[in-house]
Design a protein around this ligand. Sequence first.
Ligand SMILES: [Zn+2]
Length: 123
Amino acid sequence: MKKEKIQSLISTANLLSVISLISLILGIIGGYYVISKYDMMELGITMILFSLAQLIVYYFYQGIVELAEIVADLLSDKEKLDVKYNSKENIIKDKIWICKKCNTEVDEEFEICWNCMSSKDAI
Ligand SMILES: [Zn+2]
């Protein structure tokens, strides 16, 4: 189903955005650790800069989540409209009768078939 696909897309994108945040934090901590413990300034700064790029990844996946939620909302709106429309159609269908002679649909307010002029109860 479309809805299930969208839900799994949302949870996957959420998971990936959490992972990118974790790698962002780990990269900053790692870079800081390399600088302070081993005095490797360049490596530490490179690690921190690369992990900051995870922010872009994070916002990318969050954007996917937001889009997918909008699509899910639209889909449920559409479903509601479909239900409304179908029930309306059913009401309309209830208010007709079908001529036994020529199988034409005739409005309930008419007692005689507009097509073949036979009456509602005629066989
Ligand atoms: Zn008829």
